[in-house]
Design a protein around this ligand. Structure first.
Ligand code: KMT
Ligand code: NI
Length: 174
């Protein structure tokens, strides 16, 4: 895992967009983003038990797996959104980028590779993309029913209870 400020330079979303300015895991934690590295499933299973992730599946995002819809899917994942539940991803192979909004509404890019596990809190604005290798295999964990409906930021989410809870827990000045 490496986290850095996104450079906001035009160009394909799959390019690194690396400003060269890093953040550490403690800064991610202040946004409610948790990071773990697990070399085998034991650690994942323990975390799942502790946090109540009862279900899981695996997804491969690649042109070979998805065919013609790959480009479309990758664009969709990159549309800024939030969820009403945590988004938990354990990277099994390949790599990808999760971008999350900082306190000041800037993009933080989190580069993930095999064995990285990330937990995005409910209500955080984020997006995902593969990198230039166009391949990621990920385990998606969830509590009960997967609540993956992306709620796009362009719709009015200021009154969404999950967004409000996130803002008051992590973004409010104290
Ligand atoms: C998501 O929610 O953005 C995805 O599931 C993308 C693939 S998993 C790294
Ligand atoms: Ni999402």
């Amino acid at each position: 895992m490496r986290a850095y400020w996104y450079d906001n330079v035009a160009g394909d979303q799959r390019l690194p967009h690396d400003s060269g300015r890093n953040l550490d895991a403690s800064e991610l934690e202040k946004l409610g983003v948790l990071y773990y590295r697990f070399e085998d499933l034991d650690g994942v299973n323990k975390l799942a038990q502790q946090r109540g992730y009862k279900n899981r599946d695996e997804i491969i995002v690649s042109p070979a797996k998805m065919g013609d819809v790959y480009e479309e899917k990758v664009k969709m994942f990159f549309h800024e959104h939030m969820h009403e539940d945590e988004e938990i991803r354990y990277i099994r192979d390949g790599q990808g980028y999760f971008d999350v909004r900082s306190k000041d509404d800037e993009w933080v890019r989190i580069a993930l590779e095999k064995d990285d596990l990330i937990v995005l809190p409910a209500g955080i604005y984020h997006r995902f993309t593969t990198d230039e290798k166009n391949y990621v295999q990920a385990m998606r964990l969830f509590k009960d029913e997967p609540k993956w409906t992306p709620l796009n930021r362009d719709s009015d989410l200021d009154s969404n209870d999950y967004r409000k809870a996130y803002v008051s827990q992590y973004l409010k000045e104290t």
